[in-house]
Write a protein that binds this ligand. Structure first.
Ligand code: MCA
Ligand code: AMP
Length: 510
């Protein structure tokens, strides 16, 4: 038998010799590497006692805590498939995911147990547990009496480890199927590319229901055997308190915008830092420059997707080149990136086109959507990212990629993706609405903000506040438009398509 390709086995090979060292520090408590092994072992034993089929899904919507990370690691160790859900998702959104993924296990906050149990009954999910932010709940109780010694399940690189739902241009979310091999290969590449060291201290403030916080950040520290300072969310007070003891921080651009907005954030606070990494959304050049000026640090911007984990990165090692603001850097080792025209023919450097990628990090396909999966890959196996960009151009070396836009109708707000179609469908179903168009407009804090332009039905008068409160009942808050504008009609082109560019131009000052 070859080496175990189970992601946990790969990560654990990077844990330090001395397992008594602190692996995770929270404001309240510390956890050693032994604790990680024992806590994830107990939960894995509990999951194994349920005698689920290999590949059964464990759906999780819980607040961030060390125990939540243990649940993730345990799921992977037990050879099951982890399905994280944004804590902002409302019942209607969660119902879709449960119906589509048919998880065997659902773990939720005890606050939500009532409606979650109803959904679980409806969708045939047999096991429901609770896990609260303080680590308490029925999961911890049941795991407490399970064996802490657990032999990590043997997996092949192509076995499924996680499903991450990403919204779609049709308004229907798709589950991106990521394998043990996808996750492990990406973690290993980033470990050397970003120069991870055992004496690094990662300031972890990202949510752990998306690729950025769950995989890129956590795997980086775990595989390096480096300590994490584990905070529930971005809180500038806490960031200022812990940065002087940290060496690495990751964030979406809003994290850097908010740090810069605080005058106490300066060189001294960053004196111990080795690396600041930004991604998930475009980092504005003004943020990149202001950060350099204030701290002396050059933010490293990288680019990735739920379907592919990390694809390109500005260099850490100066021998590979400079960190260039406005670019997302070079394809990571082992990852192929090409820019093509409408016929999938590669275009020369300096020419804008569609970005396509290939590599061991690229997902298996969309869960139970073979058609959609086929559409998103070319005949020769390149994945269509939906991003538009170019290599080189305007004084930029030819091996650096710049993302200039998206062919998919997508808004990225504070690092969260919002597909206009999904919001338009919900708005159009409200009483008195004829039709709507949802657009992204520039926002100083979130990068882009969601705005809706609504055409009322003939003779109807709609109220913005009422509509917003109704939308908040069914949509995650970050998807709810910050403003709604009422217009008699939507401007269309000759093909009858709503001209969103004109709307973006009209409302950009908001
Ligand atoms: C919160 N709100 C938002 C957002 N977050 N509105 C728009 N966009 C958002 N991102 C709402 C709240 O619900 C609230 O609404 C109001 O805005 C103010 O909330 P605030 O207290 O300011 O929010 P916060 O709790 O401070 O959160 C902002 C945040 C957070 C820290 C930027 O959104 C965040 O952590 N974002 C990171 C997302 C992330 O990890 N993305 C990675 C995806 P109300 O007042 O009405 O209740 S992975 C990915 O994209 C790929 C693969 C990659 O490359 O990494
Ligand atoms: P997700 O659906 O969360 O996987 O989001 C992936 C999308 O985020 C990509 O297809 C890009 O459009 C965008 N993205 C991620 N990182 C960057 C970046 N550094 N610059 C611009 N866009 C980015």
């Amino acid at each position: 038998m070859g080496a175990n390709a189970n992601l946990y086995a790969v990560l654990a090979a990077g844990f330090p010799q001395d397992r008594q060292q602190v692996a995770i520090e929270t404001p309240a408590q510390t956890y050693s590497w032994n604790d990680i092994d024992a806590m994830s072992g107990r939960i894995a034993s509990l999951l194994q006692s349920l005698e689920l089929e290999p590949g059964a899904r464990v759906a999780v919507q819980v607040e961030k805590s060390p125990m939540a990370l243990m649940l993730y690691l345990a799921t992977v160790r037990a050879g099951l498939v982890y399905l994280p859900l944004n804590t902002a998702y409302k019942a209607a959104e969660v119902e879709y995911f449960l119906t589509d993924a048919e998880p065997a296990v659902l773990v939720c906050d005890s606050r939500n147990l009532g409606w979650m149990t109803e959904l679980a009954n409806k969708t045939g999910t047999a096991h429901v547990h609770t896990l609260d932010e303080d680590g308490s709940g029925s999961l911890a109780l049941a795991a407490g009496s399970a064996d802490e010694v657990f032999e990590t399940v043997q997996n092949q690189p192509d076995d499924l480890a996680a499903i991450l739902y990403t919204s779609g241009t049709t308004g229907r979310s798709k589950g991106a199927m990521l394998t043990h091999g996808n996750l492990a290969s990406n973690a290993e590449v980033l470990k050397s590319y970003w120069g991870w060291r055992a004496d690094d201290v990662l300031l972890h403030m990202l949510p752990i229901f998306h690729v950025h916080g769950l995989f890129v950040a956590s795997h980086g520290a775990l595989l390096a055997g480096a300590k994490m300072i584990w905070l529930p969310k971005l809180d500038i007070e806490q960031a200022l308190q812990y940065l002087p003891r940290s060496t690495v921080m990751m964030g979406v651009p809003t994290y850097y915008v908010r740090l810069l907005a605080d005058s106490r954030f300066n060189r001294e606070v960053c004196a111990n830092m080795r690396l600041f990494i930004s991604g998930s959304a475009p980092l504005l050049n003004e943020t990149f420059e202001a950060f350099k000026e204030r701290t002396g640090h050059t933010i490293l911007e990288r680019y990735g997707m739920s379907e592919t984990i990390m694809l390109t990165s500005n260099p850490y090692d100066p021998a590979l080149g400079e960190r260039l603001g406005g670019t997302v850097g070079q394809p990571l080792p082992g990852v192929s990136v090409r820019v093509v025209d409408e016929n999938d023919n590669e275009v020369p450097a300096g020419t804008i086109g569609n970005v396509q990628v290939k590599g061991p990090n690229v997902f298996l396909g969309y869960w139970r959507m073979p058609e959609k999966t086929r559409e998103e890959f070319t005949a020769d196996g390149w994945f269509r990212t939906g991003d538009v960009g170019l290599f080189g151009g305007d004084g930029v070396p030819e091996n650096y990629l710049t993302i200039v836009g998206r062919s998919k109708d997508l808004i990225i707000s504070g690092g969260y993706n919002v597909y206009p179609k999904e919001i338009e469908l919900v708005i159009d179903a409200l009483p008195g609405v004829n039709e709507s168009a949802v657009i992204g407009v520039p926002h100083p804090d979130f990068g882009e903000a969601v705005v809706a332009v609504v055409v009322p039905k003939q003779g109807e008068v709609l109220d913005e506040a009422e509509m917003l409160s109704s939308l908040k009942g069914s949509l995650a808050n970050f998807k709810v438009p910050k403003r709604i504008h009422f217009v008699p009609e939507l401007v269309r082109n000759t093909m009858g398509k709503v001209q969103k560019n004109a709307l973006r131009e009209q409302y950009k000052q908001l």
